[in-house]
Design a protein around this ligand. Structure first.
Ligand SMILES: NC(=O)c1ccc[n+]([C@@H]2O[C@H](COP(=O)([O-])OP(=O)(O)OC[C@H]3O[C@@H](n4cnc5c(N)ncnc54)[C@H](O)[C@@H]3O)[C@@H](O)[C@H]2O)c1
Ligand SMILES: CC(C)[C@H](C(=O)O)[C@@H](O)C(=O)O
Ligand SMILES: [Mg+2]
Length: 372
C-alpha cells in the first residue's frame, strides 16, 4: 500500500471533457507512482452523457460517488443540442449546478496568471499583463443562478437573492487568501444599482474589520471588466458574486493567453470539486486540439486540497516546463504538432522521470506507453 490512499471521483462529462480529464488522470497516476500513493478512481456520468444514458443530468449514483470520494475531478459538460434548444426541459448544466448545490460548494477559486513564456500569445500588450497573479473568489451556490425563476408566454424572470451568511462565508475565505498573498481584496459588484450588491458591500465592510492587514478596494463590475484587461496587475484577490465571477473569469483567461490554462477549485462544506473553467468546446471534440493544462492544473489544486503540497508543486513546475519547452496545443501555438494526449503525456512522463524529456514527439509517445 502507498503512503496515502485516496478516492477520487472522476466525472469526464461531454465534448472535450473526457479528453482533458484523461490527461489529468494520467498526471495523477504519475504523481501516485512517483510518491508511492494509491489513488482509486471511480468514474461517473454527469451532463449530456448522463441524460442520454439515464434521463437525468445528475443521476443519484453520481452524487453518491462524489459524496463517498475524497475529491472530485470534473472535465466539462454541455452539448449543442441543448444549447440550441431553449425549450429543452432537462439540460446538462442542471447537473453541474445541482452537484455544486448538493455538495455545498459555495466558493469557486479561479487563479489567473500570466506565464512569462506566453506573453506574446496574449492578444493583450505584454507590458500590461506581465506579472499578473490574480485569485478570483466566485460565490458559487447563490445569486441569479439559484434564485426563483419563472416564465409566462411573454415574460420571464430570474431573481437574485443573497443572504448575509452566504456572503460572509465566501468573504472570509477570500480575506484569508488575501492576507496570505499581497493583502489586497477587491470586491466587484454593482452596488450603484443592485440591492444584493449593497448587502455584499455592507457584509464585506463589516468583515474587513477582522482583517486589518488587508486593504479593501471596491469596483463596479462594468469598470472591473475594463480594469481587468487595462491594468490586471492592480488585482490580488477578487471577490464577487456568482454570475459576475463567471463572466470576469472567462475574460481574465485572455491575460494568460488561453482559457485552456485556467483551473478551478470549488470548495464548501464537504468534499471539494476541481474543474477547468472552460466548457465542453464541442467543436473540438475528438480532434485532439483541446488544451489539457487547465484540467491538469485543476488536478494540482486537488492535490493541494489533499494536503499533498509537494506533489501539487511538482505538477505546476512540470506544466511550467511544458510551457517553456513549447509543448503546447494549437490555440497557443498555431504551428505546434502536439495533441491533447501528447501534452498530457509529456507532463506525466516528466513528473515520473523527474527529468525534463527533450521536447520531441517520439519521447512523448514512449512516455505515454510507460504510464498507461
Ligand atoms: N464547467 C463546465 O462544464 C462548463 C463551463 C462553460 C461552459 N460549459 C458548456 O460548454 C458548452 C460550450 O460552451 P462555450 O462554447 O460557450 O464555452 P467553451 O469554454 O466550451 O468554449 C469557448 C471557446 O474557448 C476555447 N476553449 C475552451 N476550452 C478550451 C481548451 N481546453 N483548449 C483550447 N481552447 C479552449 C475555444 O476557443 C472555444 O471556442 C455549453 O454547453 C456550455 O454550457 C460548461
Ligand atoms: C456551464 C455553466 C453552468 C457554468 C457556470 O456558469 O457556472 C460554467 O460557465 C462555469 O464557469 O463553470
Ligand atoms: Mg463559465
Amino acid at each position: 500500500m502507498g503512503v496515502l490512499e485516496k478516492k477520487i471521483a472522476v466525472l469526464p462529462g461531454d465534448g472535450i471533457g473526457p479528453e482533458v480529464c484523461n490527461e489529468a488522470v494520467k498526471v495523477l497516476k504519475a504523481v501516485a507512482e512517483k510518491y508511492n500513493h494509491t489513488f482509486r478512481f471511480s468514474y461517473a456520468l454527469m451532463g449530456a452523457c448522463a441524460i442520454d444514458e439515464t434521463g437525468s443530468p445528475l443521476p443519484p449514483e453520481t452524487l453518491e460517488a462524489c459524496q463517498e470520494a475524497d475529491a472530485v475531478l470534473l472535465g466539462a459538460i454541455g452539448d449543442p443540442k441543448y444549447d440550441q434548444n431553449p425549450h429543452a426541459k432537462v439540460r446538462p448544466e442542471q447537473g453541474l449546478l445541482g452537484l455544486r448545490k448538493a455538495l455545498g460548494l459555495y466558493a469557486n477559486l479561479r487563479p489567473v496568471v500570466a506565464y512569462e513564456k506566453l506573453l506574446e500569445h496574449s492578444p493583450l500588450k505584454p507590458e500590461r499583463i506581465a506579472g499578473t497573479d490574480i485569485l478570483i473568489f466566485r460565490e458559487l451556490t447563490g445569486g441569479t443562478y439559484f434564485g426563483e425563476k419563472g416564465r409566462t408566454a411573454d415574460t420571464a424572470f430570474d431573481t437574485c437573492t443573497y443572504s448575509r451568511e452566504e456572503v460572509a462565508r465566501v468573504a472570509h475565505l477570500a480575506f484569508k487568501a488575501a492576507a496570505s498573498r499581497h493583502g489586497i481584496l477587491t470586491l466587484v459588484d454593482k452596488a450603484n444599482v443592485l440591492e444584493t450588491s449593497r448587502l455584499w458591500r455592507e457584509v464585506v465592510q463589516e468583515i474587513a474589520k477582522q482583517y486589518p492587514k488587508v486593504e479593501v478596494a471596491y469596483l463596479f463590475v462594468d469598470n472591473a471588466a475594463m480594469q481587468l484587461i487595462l491594468n490586471p496587475r492592480q488585482f490580488d484577490v477578487i471577490l464577487t458574486e456568482n454570475m459576475f465571477g463567471d463572466i470576469l473569469s472567462d475574460e481574465a483567461s485572455v491575460i494568460g493567453g488561453s482559457i485552456g490554462l485556467l483551473p478551478s477549485a470549488s470548495i464548501g462544506d464537504g468534499v471539494a470539486l476541481f474543474e477547468p473553467i472552460h466548457g465542453s468546446f464541442p467543436q473540438a471534440k475528438g480532434k485532439g486540439i483541446a488544451n489539457p493544462m487547465a484540467a491538469i492544473l485543476s488536478a494540482a489544486m486537488l492535490l493541494d486540497y489533499l494536503n499533498l503540497a509537494e506533489e501539487a508543486k511538482c505538477v505546476r513546475e512540470v506544466v511550467q516546463k511544458a510551457i517553456n519547452s513549447n509543448i503546447l496545443t494549437q490555440e497557443l501555438n498555431k504551428k505546434s504538432p502536439y495533441t491533447t494526449e501528447q501534452v498530457g503525456s509529456f507532463i506525466a512522463y516528466t513528473i515520473l522521470e523527474g527529468v525534463e524529456v527533450a521536447p520531441h514527439k517520439n519521447n512523448i509517445e514512449i512516455g505515454l506507453s510507460t504510464i498507461i
